[in-house]
Ligand binder design. Structure first.
Ligand SMILES: [Zn+2]
Length: 291
């Protein structure tokens, strides 16, 4: 099996990225229709495990297992590994849907995957639902459970794929990027897979502002719970959308690699845009649509 150089050279991981999410799986059983669920569909259930730190290296022993696994299905760019039988019956269609999501996010972000990516579908002890991208070793792990519609796996994969694309475009600086930018871009990049019935991410942000649930962009979700995480991811996506539309891609790329140590709002906004994050945020909020 082919493994990227970084896998062999750098077992001590670096990074990750990711998002997470969650859920009480049984509540999701009913949904079998093919819709594009917003994040709130994952976060709308309490008791989810919010990550305290987004930097989660892939443990060496676990990397070893994944490295040795047989590929259950290969698409143009994805090697899919099933560690449970949950989606085995739908393997061909699920694989095609995953590749279609990857095609979509590559086009939307204007970033091409540099090498294949391995997607591992597995299950944790609590039967939670979440995804993690170990972009330095090109492994995306999605935890799911019987009863969770495969479309939800595709939805979360769309977001995780963008984390891999971030690594492919920005390289190692991606691993210490401002969380607002890495998660905002991944959520924005997932586009229709995360928009639900809304036309834009700005529509979510406008609603939060209207109903009093909006949070400052530099808020870290650690310890705040699922609802706050939900709000932040959609606000960050809307803000990234605004930065791209207002100032262009080159400026955004410069901002992305300006550091931030994974702290929301810690990149060098002033140096790139000649405006502080708070000034940019005020301008962004002022032009949100009416909810
Ligand atoms: Zn993420």
């Amino acid at each position: 099996m082919y493994l990227p150089t970084s896998w062999r050279a750098n077992r001590a991981p670096l990074l990750l990225v990711a998002l997470l999410v969650v859920l009480i799986v049984w509540s999701m059983r009913s949904s079998s229709q093919r819709t594009y669920a917003p994040l709130s569909a994952y976060f709308g259930y309490a008791e989810a495990s919010v990550p305290v730190n987004a930097v989660t290296p892939l443990p060496a022993a676990r990397a070893e297992v994944i490295q040795r696994s047989d590929v259950d299905w290969a698409t143009q760019q994805i090697d899919l590994v099933l560690e449970t039988d949950t989606y085995r019956d739908e393997l061909p269609s699920l694989s095609a849907d995953l590749q279609a999501a990857l095609d979509y996010v590559q086009q939307r972000t204007e970033i091409q995957l540099s090498q294949r990516v391995r997607v591992v579908l597995t299950q944790d002890e609590s039967c939670g639902f979440h995804g993690i991208t170990y972009s330095d070793v090109r492994v995306i792990t999605i935890y799911s459970c019987p009863g969770v519609a495969s479309q939800r796996v595709v939805n979360i994969a769309a977001h995780e794929f963008v984390h891999q694309l971030e690594h492919d475009r920005y390289g190692p600086p991606h691993l210490s990027a401002d969380l607002l930018l890495s998660e905002g871009f991944a959520t924005w990049g997932a586009g229709r897979y995360w928009l639900g019935g809304e036309p834009t991410f700005a529509a979510f942000a406008a609603r939060y502002q209207h109903n009093g649930s909006a949070l400052p962009l530099s808020t870290h979700y650690a310890g705040l719970g699922i609802d706050a995480m939900n709000v932040l991811y959609y606000e960050w996506a809307a803000f990234v959308d605004y930065l791209l539309a207002q100032y262009g891609r080159a400026a955004f790329d410069a901002l992305y690699v300006s550091g931030g140590g994974q702290q929301p709002g810690a990149a060098s906004y002033s140096a790139v845009y000649n405006l502080s994050l708070s000034a940019l945020e005020a301008n962004w909020r002022a032009q949100l649509p009416s909810p």
